[in-house]
Design a protein around this ligand. Structure first.
Ligand code: ZN
Ligand code: ZN
Length: 409
């Protein structure tokens, strides 16, 4: 009997071995490449011959929440509804966080596999993702950030710190992600889950470029855990929520277009509202600056919209301006959760709202961030050979579970 589940119009074969999907936050492919070249990630390097190394596109905006939810639902934001960390609720006329599971419009593969009798575990670095990833999940689901608060009743596991053998790390640290891997390894050994989802944080990638000592140390740490999970017989499927690029000029000064200031000066205060969906409660390492913004117009008429679009398109550092319908069609976004316009920054440019609204004091190193099309390419790496993957298929990061469950050779 072949056991399978159907989720969001896709079919998934039952895992034949514990299958671990890892979303390496902010994993620009060059991080792995440089760590392998430096000889500090031998296991990842070995996957060229024993596994499969592919690349795919993440969903736009290239931010954490939309992509984590795409990966676990196997579907784009038009299906699951999560298109940022933050959006403007037009009904409530308020800017609200989209962390709450009430904003999720589709079931996750994780919850459906558990409902079908599978053993499922989720470990996320930051607690902000836990309620979305764990929506309706009967299984293990906790964050490294609040690992000490996990209870059997609420999180499906307790005594996490003693199982993992690490203290709760700082939310701004490489150790927060290490905790995710250490917990994943402990759960793999003790619980043998059918499907496990591990999601790290991009604290290191925001601060350190590929090939630097700090970045290589981080990937070396990861390599050790992945090697051990491989040794335990797990199927490993690695991808990222988005890439990462410097958003600076040649001497490391940030290139920032403060869209709200520019629009206020040109069209008057209160005529537009710039929303930066990268905004979340943890902005120290990027100052809420990414290469994606959405704009609400107070008086929406065609002539005004065209004038605003033309003005924005003329600003240096802006890559593209799209209308709501263009953006929702091209990027598979829910039209009711984006503004009248979507603006993309060029690879080296971040988009801000008003300069006064950004606290840049935490930016102790040159700004690195994401959000645009330039951070869309991400790795898809497996410790097994795959079969039946059509060369012409445009792979997405949210195909990772399909590839890991349906395409093992
Ligand atoms: Zn991220
Ligand atoms: Zn980030």
């Amino acid at each position: 009997m072949t056991r399978q589940i159907n989720v969001n119009s896709r079919t998934y074969q039952w895992p034949s071995a514990p299958t671990i999907v890892v979303c390496i936050d902010g994993c620009e492919q060059e991080y792995i490449n440089q760590a392998v070249l430096a000889g500090v990630a031998p296991f990842l390097g070995s996957l060229r011959s024993i596994g499969t190394v592919l690349a795919g596109d993440c969903v736009m905006p290239s931010f954490t929440n939309p992509n984590n939810l795409s990966i676990v639902t196997g579907a784009p934001p038009s299906v699951h509804g999560i298109c940022g960390n933050f959006f403007f609720d037009e009904e409530a006329q308020a800017e609200v966080l989209m962390n709450d599971a009430k904003y999720l419009r589709a079931p996750t593969i994780l919850a459906e596999m558990a409902r079908a009798g599978g053993r499922v575990a989720v470990v996320t670095a930051k607690d902000k993702l836990r309620s979305l990833l764990g929506h309706r999940l009967e299984g293990i689901c906790f964050s490294a950030e609040k690992a000490d608060e996990a209870t059997l009743r609420q999180h499906g596991i307790d005594n996490v710190l003693s199982r993992v053998g690490m203290p709760v790390p700082s939310v701004y640290s490489a150790e927060l992600s290490e905790f995710v891997f250490a917990a994943g390894l402990a759960i793999l050994r003790e619980e043998r889950p059918d499907l496990m989802y591990l999601s790290t944080t991009d604290y290191v990638q925001h601060k350190h470029a590929p090939g630097t000592a700090e970045a290589n140390a981080f990937y070396s740490m990861m390599d050790c855990y992945l090697q051990r999970m491989h040794g335990e017989g797990a199927v490993l499927a690695l991808t990222a929520d988005h890439g990462m690029n410097a958003k600076t000029n040649a001497i490391g000064r940030p290139n920032i277009v403060f869209l709200q200031d520019r629009l206020d000066a040109q069209f008057g205060a209160q005529s537009t509202r710039v929303i930066l969906p990268i905004t979340d409660p943890y902005v120290v390492h990027h100052g809420a600056l990414g290469s994606y913004a959405t704009i609400y117009l107070h008086d929406v008429d065609d002539a005004r919209q065209r004038a605003v679009m033309a003005f924005i398109a003329s600003i240096n550092g802006v890559e593209e301006v799209l209308t709501r319908s263009q953006a929702s069609e091209r990027f598979e976004l829910p039209p009711d959760r984006i503004g009248n316009l979507v603006v993309l920054g060029e690879r080296l440019t971040a988009l801000g709202s008003a300069a006064g609204k950004h606290d840049l004091s935490g930016l102790t190193v040159p700004l690195r961030s994401h959000g645009g099309l330039s951070e869309q390419k991400v790795p898809l790496i497996f410790n097994r050979k795959l079969k039946g993957v059509d060369d012409t298929r445009r792979l997405r990061n949210f195909d990772v579970i399909d590839l890991a469950l349906n395409h093992l050779a």
